[in-house]
Structures are given as structure tokens and as C-alpha cells.
Design a protein around this ligand. Structure first.
Ligand code: NAD
Length: 378
């Protein structure tokens, strides 16, 4: 198992946070020292499928620090529809072939990759080489090697990298992280997380095609469950054992249907996840020394809901995507923390690979060698 060292993480994060390494690729207003708070960053969405159409583009109408400045699409009909709907100038509309010309476009500061998983690395790397900051959707890539390539490309080109884990910007998840940080219910002793839905439509969809998705439920919904057990404990796991279940092999010909996995943590916390393309489930539940907390649903867009042994949680709900993209823009503009650095996406992919390895070895326990101070739980 590959190990991510603390120093490598800190170096990358320092580059990401410090901003001093950014000059050539910085939005002009920032690089010249003019007031950055006057500037909204221009985002280009790459891939105009359902997530871009129904979540990201509408959210970008309400963001404070960024706006929809451009699109990259393989469908000529979408160029016209999106161009007029979102008032996007022709010069900010690209296709997959002429995408690299985006490097000369000063109105585009951030490229947001919202394509099938197999295309994340290619477009994230091309965006970085074009000098654009990158948001890459989850799962970050097809494997750890691709995650490294994206992280390196962003680092070498002095651009910032965020993963599309929108929950880190929303209040229910932030409250869970606070419980962990402040030990509101004492230490967490057991955490369980489920993330799944029933898939029954088009069996030809890319999510069920391993070449395009890299895997089934685990790659799609499982990364949410993995995220949950980490931010609900504040620790990275030290081992995992996993099992796969198949009840509809005629539909899930190429990808995993349901996976369960058990985790050990250095502090003694025990964790378990279930992820599925056959079972609708969306929750986290934590048993602690002095009570419990849970979110159900824990990772849908809105509305989330939660309760604890002390009572109901009740937060204002607004577009998670709006909050997420504004948080990333604040990271670029004002050196605010990067809530979802590339290393976090890579960490999750290391866990995904260990889960698949465990399954292939009949459930054998796999060691996970993250340094305990790695600290992505907070
Ligand atoms: P989608 O199938 O609705 O859209 C995919 C887009 O990619 C379409 O515009 C399609 O034309 C384009 N595309 C280009 N080449 C393709 C190919 N070979 N096969 C299929 N489509 C191709 O998918 P989506 O739901 O928008 O998901 C896109 C990405 O966003 C995925 O990585 C997914 O995991 C991620 N996502 C994240 C969230 C979240 O909450 N963070 C939610 C949904 C999707």
C-alpha cells in the first residue's frame, strides 16, 4: 500500500494555501494586487450532463465569488441552448477537441470537470496545463496513479485543485465535524455509514460500464460512505476488510452491486460501510462515549436531516453546490482553506483500491498506511 507522507501533504497544501506560488496563472485582478473581493472568478463547466444541468449551473447563478463563464461540451446542440440560457459568449464555448485553447481565455479562471470518471484525469491535467485552477468531480479518478498525475499537474502548473465533495461546505456535515473536534458526545466508538440507491434504468449507462466508471456502487456512492466514516471520526482508518454481494448479475454485468466494508482506526474506533446500486440508503450513525449523533439523509443534495442524543439538528438549507464553489473561489481569492484538496480524493481512492483488493482476496484485511496526523477528518 502506498503511503502519503505528511511532508508531501504539507508541501502541497502550503502551495495551495499560500498563494505566493501563484502569479502567472492568477486571475489578473489578484495578480496585480487590485482588490480581489471585487472579482468573481469565471468557471467553465466541462461536461453538461445531469449534474451540471440541474445542480452546478443553477447554483452558479447565486454564487458570490464565481459565475458560469464558459462551457465545454461534446454536443453542438448544447452550445446554443446553454449559450443563450446562461448568456455565455461564443468565445467561451469549447468542445473536447479545442479545449486546450482555453489557456488563452482570461475570462476562465477555474475549470470544473464533470465528466464520466474515466475522463477526469485527462481533462483535469489539460486544465492544469492550460493554467486554470481545477475542480474535479468525485470519484477523483480511476485509480491512485491517476490521482497522483492530477495532483502533480496542478502542483507543477501552480494551480489549485479541489474535489467535488460538496458536503464539506454544508452545515450538517460541518456540525458533525464539530462534534468530533470538540468531543461533544465524548470519543466516537462506532461509526456506520450507508450510501446507495436502486439502479434500474438504462443498463448501458456509463456508471455500469467499468471502462468509463472504474467500478460500480463503490466508485459512485461508496466514496460518500468512506468520506463519512473519516469526518465522523476525525481519523483515517488503519485497516479494511470487505465483501461484495450480487443479486442481479444480469443487470450488473460489469460493476459491483453492493459492497460492505469494516474499518479499524488507530484510536480503537470501529467503522462499517454499506454501498449499493441496489439498495436505497443514505445515513451516518455514530455511537459515542456519552450519546450518539446521526444524519439521515447524510449526503443527498437537500434537505439533509439529523438528530443526536441531545435533540434534533436544524440548519438552514441552501444549495450545497453554491456553498462548495464559493468556498473553492474563496480559497483562490482570499487564501481561505481548501476544504477538499486533491490529496483527500487520492486518500479515498487508496481506500477504494484496498476494498477491491480485500474482496479479490476473499475478505482479507488490508493495512492502510496513512500517517495519523494526516488530518482530513477535521
Ligand atoms: P451524466 O451521465 O449525466 O453526464 C455525463 C456528461 O459527460 C454528459 O454531458 C455526456 O455527454 C458527457 N460525456 C462525454 N463523454 C462521454 C462518454 N464516453 N460516455 C458518457 N457520457 C459522456 O453524468 P453526471 O451525473 O453529470 O456525472 C458526471 C460526473 O459528476 C461523475 O464523475 C459523477 O460521479 C459526478 N457527480 C457528482 C455529484 C456530486 O454530488 N458531487 C453528483 C452527480 C454526479
Amino acid at each position: 500500500m502506498r503511503k502519503i507522507t505528511r511532508r508531501k501533504f504539507n508541501t502541497t497544501l502550503a502551495k495551495g494555501l499560500g498563494g505566493s506560488a501563484l502569479t502567472a496563472h492568477m486571475p489578473l485582478a489578484c495578480a496585480m494586487g487590485s482588490k480581489p473581493d471585487k472579482k468573481k472568478l469565471g468557471i467553465a463547466l466541462v461536461g453538461l450532463g445531469s449534474y451540471s444541468t440541474y445542480q452546478l449551473a443553477p447554483a452558479l447563478l447565486n454564487t458570490k465569488h464565481c459565475y458560469l463563464a464558459g462551457i465545454v461540451t461534446g454536443s453542438p446542440d448544447k452550445e446554443k441552448i446553454w449559450g443563450s440560457k446562461y448568456n455565455i459568449p461564443e468565445g467561451n464555448i469549447y468542445n473536447y477537441d479545442n479545449f486546450d485553447a482555453i489557456k488563452d481565455n482570461k475570462e476562465i479562471d477555474v475549470v470544473y470537470v464533470v465528466l464520466p470518471n474515466s475522463m477526469h484525469a485527462d481533462f483535469s491535467i489539460r486544465a492544469a496545463k492550460a493554467g486554470k485552477h481545477v475542480i474535479c468531480e468525485k470519484p477523483m479518478a480511476m485509480n491512485v496513479e491517476e490521482c497522483d498525475a492530477i495532483i502533480n499537474a496542478c502542483s507543477e502548473n501552480n494551480v489549485k485543485l479541489g474535489i467535488g465533495y460538496r458536503l464539506h461546505s454544508e452545515p450538517y456535515t460541518q456540525e458533525v465535524k464539530r462534534f468530533v473536534r470538540e468531543k461533544t458526545f465524548g470519543n466516537v466508538r462506532y461509526i456506520s455509514a450507508d450510501a446507495g440507491y436502486y439502479s434500474g434504468s438504462n443498463p448501458e449507462q456509463w456508471r455500469l460500464n467499468k471502462k468509463l466508471s472504474g467500478g460500480g456502487a463503490l466508485m459512485n456512492m461508496g466514496v460518500y460512505a468512506i468520506q463519512t466514516i473519516v469526518y465522523s471520526t476525525g481519523e483515517n482508518p488503519v485497516s479494511v476488510s470487505a465483501q461484495e454481494f450480487s443479486t442481479r448479475p444480469e443487470y450488473f454485468k460489469d460493476t459491483d452491486e453492493t459492497i460492505t466494508a469494516q474499518f479499524e482506526f488507530k484510536s480503537g474506533v470501529v467503522g462499517t460501510i454499506m454501498t449499493s446500486h441496489n439498495i436505497s440508503a443514505n445515513r451516518l450513525h455514530a455511537k459515542c462515549e456519552r450519546g450518539w449523533f446521526e444524519l439521515d439523509p447524510a449526503s443527498t443534495y437537500i434537505p439533509l436531516a439529523g438528530r443526536t442524543s441531545k435533540g434534533e439538528l436544524n440548519f438552514k438549507q441552501e444549495s450545497q453546490q453554491k456553498l462548495q464553489m464559493d468556498d473553492f473561489a474563496k480559497h483562490i481569492l482570499f487564501d481561505a482553506p481548501n476544504l477538499v484538496p486533491g490529496e483527500m480524493g487520492k486518500r479515498d481512492m487508496m481506500i477504494v483500491e484496498a476494498i477491491y483488493k480485500s474482496i479479490s482476496e476473499g475478505g482479507k484485511k488490508q493495512a492502510l498506511n496513512f500517517e495519523s496526523e494526516f488530518g482530513f477528518g477535521g
